[in-house]
Design a protein around this ligand. Sequence first.
Ligand code: FAD
Length: 475
Amino acid sequence: MQAVWIRNDLRLTDNTALIHALKIAEREHEPLLLFFYLDPLQLAPETRSHDYFFAALADFYASCQAKNLPLYLITGPLDQAFATLFDQFPTLKGIHYNVSHRGYGLKRDRKVADMLLDKGTIFKGYSDHHLHAAHEILTKDDTPYKVYTPYYNQWKLRTKRQPLSLDLAALQRHVIQDISGKTRDGEILFQTLCRQIQGDYADWLGEENAQARLRLFCVEKMHRYHLDKDFPSIDGTSRLSSYLSTGQLSIRDVFLQVSQAPDSQGKENFIKELAWRDFYQMVYAFHPQQKELEVMEKYQGIPWQSNDEWFAKWQAGQTGFPIVDAAMRQLQTEGWMHNRLRMIAASFLTKDLNIDWRLGEAYFAQQLIDYDSASNIGGWQWSASVGTDAVPYFRIFNPTLQSQKFDPSGAFIRQYVPELRDVPDYAIHEPYHFEQKLLEKEGIELKRLYPPQIVDHKHQRLQSIEKYKYYEKTP
Ligand code: FAD
């Protein structure tokens, strides 16, 4: 018997481990088991990223059932869960899985590999989540690239693997249908977790929705991507990230459909973003401490201010900077934030409030439905100027200017900060600057509506630059 360990690759289409395991099962005339491990160490029901993942898992589970492809669920501490698996399926000869090149998943897989050594079970990993795996594109000295552009220049030259096609009928013939007499601990826990799902993610679940969004983006939006991608009030980006982070969409499918679209500046820019995704997973794979430590060693130990009140206001979208507040409220309501706003919100936390990027990274990790450790850490270290190829420390976003440039009419702000809805355009980016005028001319009493700015940007900017400068010089 062969088995496929499903994890954050919640799809049947172009699922590398699944398709290879099926080939072996067909060749050897063996049954195939599909299983998922509910890892107690990864259960955090109170976080939105968890909530979304379980909604996606529930959707996958249901769609497998509808195709007569039962998914067996195991749980408990790692050794016990796998002991149960082998008790229940003693003829298991091979476990196939898509590799996690970094973080907790990598450590867990190493433990499983050790556990299986004396059993003689094949534990076979496949590269699946990225167009190019972490160790695939290195410098001539076999070291990881430190700067994105030379990495990208190599990345774009490399051939991208085509999506693999699935023979669904063959899968249905081989997948073990009757798992009803087996241990049900995993199933019981799964049902409990499903009942706890809070969000309504109906529009962002499943392979069909993912494929539809991909098609829509390629046909209607991609040619304008370079023009629209920085404006949060425009639905101009692909919004594929949550499908990619849970594996509901294959990155090779994305690349193939994008490549088949007519050439355009938008297409070129979009492909560069896909390369950032690969770049950051490469950085994380080579810096496994990156969740705790800055990649740029000179900034390790750089001081951050502890200010719970400011942090809470940032989280709640109550900083008095409309664009930052709108961004943070988008995150709260949707579990997703536009890329331009992620940069603004992260810059504000680390440079204006001088609060540790690790706190921001952890908060995003809880809230984002597209949470991806490598991209999130990479994005935070970029914004805090402490990572690989990060924004220079002296180029600090001015939230008001960013707001004027990327949300000129204030349409996005008004959507997420309804208390500013009636504030006229001239005052929308910096309402307190026009406080007197608003009261006299428009009859708007700001104080009752919206908080004043919690910091003075100019002052905080200078302080921040001084801090980095000191660490720049210190050997
Ligand atoms: P599009 O603009 O349509 O881009 C297409 C795809 O390219 C995205 O889905 C994503 O997979 C990839 N991509 C785009 N930009 C980046 C980038 N800068 N880095 C890595 N990959 C990128 N992305 C995540 O997927 N998960 C995260 O947890 C995450 N955290 C971030 C935290 C910060 C502080 C910052 C600045 C960025 C973060 N990003 C993260 C990157 C980026 O913001 C999102 O990928 C993007 O906003 C998702 O929306 P989209 O699918 O419409 O993107």
